[in-house]
Write a protein that binds this ligand. Structure first.
Ligand code: AMP
Ligand code: MG
Length: 394
């Protein structure tokens, strides 16, 4: 039996040896969630010039307490001026007059919003330290420095930082195209009437959503049959993709369509010491004329999503945020397998399990916000014992 760590490494090795994403340059408005293909440097200092952090008066830090004549007024967007002494009324974001080196907030010398006019005087109540309320040029990041490293996922702050640097596009990795194939003669398309003995295909939708959230392009197809010929036809009809993910038909039953079809093509099937998600397959097959990695997940909906979380998401998107949290109640685990349970963080700072260990309990999974890891060697954990959990509520 393979360990979870071994299978994770095998999946990573398989995917990374076949998938070499091209670089695409996309407008920032279309780059949300994309992965940066190369380091991004800011071409300009951030901020680009010394400016005021407050509405107030620009002064010199060597000015003594007492009256100061107002010698100018600068607003955000004004050009850089030179300091003519005394105090210069200055608005937030306005360039510091060259020669002034501190800002006194307006409320420290008078009524907020009520600025003295040029020629009037203000009362400096106490001397001010150099640099006070001045946002120095380059203090966030000097021009030419690396702003974001290759591999960074572009979220709101990352996109904002690129825009603040004046960049309008970003070089990002092409998204992996993933063909998702759910198999099983018992499956029916959601929205269709349910005949006796049938269940709805949950995996096509859940795996597609998981792939999309992980930055991939999901192409789903249902093979609602356990005939190897039907699966073969579906794979022959597929266009070029970077990866194939199948669900169902991988264990030891009489009609294991995925195993029966792909094992002769060189895909390896075996057991991982994992619950749920034990039976797994991986290998490479020819799709649209190209060697394409294929991962075969078990069909139970919880098993297939847990398989995605443990094996594929780390390769496509990186690790989930991990926490160590005390259990709200005791739990038993198989001990010889890495068990993954579904859970919810409580206001008390503990984690409570949602539903049992059964791999069909998708509704319970849907009410969960963490995966709870009970590793090999752990057969019981008491309330208050700390366990590793992964946040899945993104
Ligand atoms: P299998 O891995 O094909 O042996 O399937 C294991 C269990 O998962 C069976 O109870 C199947 O009916 C169920 N199952 C398989 N595929 C799906 C699917 N796409 N959606 C929901 N349940 C499924
Ligand atoms: Mg099946």
């Amino acid at each position: 039996m393979t360990t979870v760590a071994e299978h994770r490494a095998a999946v990573r090795g398989l995917v990374e040896s076949h998938w070499h994403p091209a670089t695409e340059v996309v407008p920032l408005g279309a780059a949300l969630g994309r992965v940066l293909a190369e380091d991004a440097r800011t071409p300009i200092d951030l901020p680009p010039f010394d400016n005021s952090q407050m509405d107030g008066y620009a002064v010199r830090s060597d000015a003594a307490a007492g009256p100061l004549r107002v010698t100018g007024h600068v607003a955000a967007g004004d050009p850089i001026t030179s300091f003519a002494g005394g105090a210069v009324a200055i608005m937030t974001g306005a360039p510091m007059p060259v020669g002034a080196d501190a800002v006194v907030p307006v409320e420290a010398v008078g009524t907020p919003g009520d600025f003295a006019a040029v020629g009037e005087t203000i009362e400096l109540r106490q001397p001010v330290e150099r640099g006070t309320f001045v946002r120095a040029r380059g203090s966030d990041l000097p021009g030419g420095s690396v702003l974001l490293e290759a591999g960074a996922t572009l979220g709101p702050a990352q996109l904002g930082a690129l825009a603040a640097s004046g960049l309008s596009t970003a070089p990002v990795r092409a998204r992996p195209r993933v063909l998702i194939v759910s198999t099983g003669a018992e499956l029916a398309e959601p929205g269709e009437p349910l005949r006796t003995g049938a269940i709805y295909d949950a995996n096509a939708v859940s795996l597609s959503a998981a792939i999309t959230l992980a930055g991939g392009i999901a192409l789903a197809t249902g093979v609602y049959s356990d005939e190897p010929g039907h699966l073969r036809l579906a794979l022959e009809a597929a266009g070029p993709v970077d990866l194939v993910v199948t669900s169902g038909g991988v264990s030891a039953g009489a009609h294991e369509v995925v195993r029966d079809t792909l094992e002769p093509l060189g895909v390896r099937f075996g057991s991982v010491a994992l619950q749920p998600g034990g039976p797994q397959g991986l290998g490479a097959i020819t799709v649209a004329g190209a060697a394409t990695p294929v991962l075969c997940f078990p069909g139970n909906p919880v098993s297939s999503l847990v398989s995605f979380e443990l094996f594929l998401r780390p390769v496509l998107r990186g690790d989930r945020p991990m926490l160590r949290v005390p259990l709200a109640a005791s739990v038993d685990s198989p001990g010889t397998k890495h068990q993954v349970r579904r859970g919810r963080l409580t206001d008390a700072g503990t984690v409570e399990l949602v539903g049992g260990p059964g791999s069909h309990l998708l509704a319970a999974y849907a009410r969960s916000d963490v995966l709870v890891h009970l590793p090999v060697g752990l057969s019981r954990a008491e309330a208050g014992e700390t366990v590793e959990v992964w946040r899945i509520d993104e």
